[in-house]
Design a protein around this ligand. Structure first.
Ligand code: FAD
Length: 315
């Protein structure tokens, strides 16, 4: 993550966005527009999800390459390890490094429907994937050649940049965690393996995040823990994320979305909720905010504007 800079006397709050790979050619063009709009806001990084078991592999890398070559923003690749052998995962990591991707979110991923936890492949946890990324990068030549402008054929030898390795954290506990401290222990294991920062699962109340950070800090977690914030703009999206994350129903938000008759009104409710969450976690000491963008720029940019993190949007 880049360090904070100051604009007009106010400390800049770092922010970033998560995208997913396009499912069709037409959505690929729309995603490129979204990437350009999000990049213009100056995020610290744009992350791209990866389908567990490699289901989106090539498409994820295409989006990351687009971000790297067409914008000034750091691309961050999600990588999952379920179902992969050590050799397969190492080859995948090399492919991303060769494409110039130097920031990762190392995840275990979930076993595909029909498979069990016993069928995870060689790598059983995100901590093992963190170690593997670290090892694969260490095995590469410590220097790389860069062209010298104005001197055709000449090359300058530069030290390679070290990779950033983020990991997931679960403020309200992972759905399959068996005891309350398990998620802090898992985060400590990922830190010990070499993770450089964490991004949280979405949560609905500032205290979910702030209390988790406090528990993690007292247990010895020192890496930055970036809050993941999702604007929930419809009852259908709320139902879907509750299914995926196992979070408790946030009744106040659920009722507000249910009784609001218009789609525009529901969008405003979701934006206001996410903006308040962003303001309060930043006030509570969060090192920045990471927004789940759903491959659309307007909603997340409005959230940041309403949270006072970006200047108000011009329409
Ligand atoms: P791990 O950290 O390996 O384990 C998950 C949980 O198991 C822990 O939280 C803990 O409860 C328990 N556990 C593991 N190791 C230990 C240990 N040593 N001691 C005690 N308990 C342990 N999935 C995708 O398929 N693609 C994506 O792109 C993707 N992006 C995500 C982005 C974010 C920010 C988050 C929060 C999740 C994302 N996921 C994604 C979902 C994620 O893959 C699943 O939640 C998965 O079940 C857990 O992954 P993990 O990396 O946290 O796994």
């Amino acid at each position: 993550m880049s360090s904070e800079t100051e604009t007009s006397g106010t400390p800049r709050v770092p922010f970033s966005f998560e995208l997913y790979p396009p499912r069709s050619v037409s959505s690929e063009e729309a995603l490129h527009d979204t990437v350009r709009c999000l990049a213009a806001a100056g995020p610290d990084f744009l992350s791209v999800t990866y389908g567990a078991g490699g289901s989106t592999g090539g498409r994820s890398l295409d989006v990351l390459r687009f971000i790297r070559t067409q914008t000034d923003v750091e691309p961050l690749a999600h990588l999952t390890c379920v179902g992969n052998s050590y050799a397969g995962a190492a080859t995948l990591i090399r492919e991303f490094l060769d494409a110039g991707i130097l920031s990762f979110l190392a995840l275990r991923g979930d076993p595909p429907t029909g498979q069990t936890e016993d069928d995870l492949g060689d790598l059983e946890s995100a901590a093992q994937l963190v170690q593997l990324i670290d090892r694969v990068q260490a095995e590469r030549a410590p220097y790389e050649e860069a062209p010298v402008p104005g001197l055709p054929g000449a090359a300058r030898v530069d030290p390679r940049r070290k990779v950033n390795i983020a990991v997931a954290a679960f403020p309200k506990g992972h759905p399959r965690a068996t005891h309350r401290t398990q998620d802090v222990e898992a985060l400590l294991a990922k830190q010990a393996a070499g993770a450089t920062f964490a991004i949280t699962q979405l949560f609905f109340h500032p205290d979910d995040y702030l209390a988790f950070v406090e528990r993690a800090r007292s247990a010895g977690v020192t890496i930055p823990i970036l809050p993941g914030i999702m604007p929930i703009t419809s009852p259908a999206r709320l139902t879907r994320v509750l299914e995926l994350t196992g979070e408790d129903l946030p009744s106040e938000l659920a009722i507000a979305l249910d009784v609001e008759p218009t789609a525009e009104g529901r969008r405003e409710i979701g934006i206001e909720w996410a903006a308040r969450l962003a303001r309060e976690v930043v006030a509570g000491g969060a090192p920045g905010v990471h927004l789940y963008a759903f491959n659309q720029h307007e909603t997340v940019l409005t959230v940041l504007a309403e949270a006072g993190i970006l200047p108000a949007l011009r329409h």
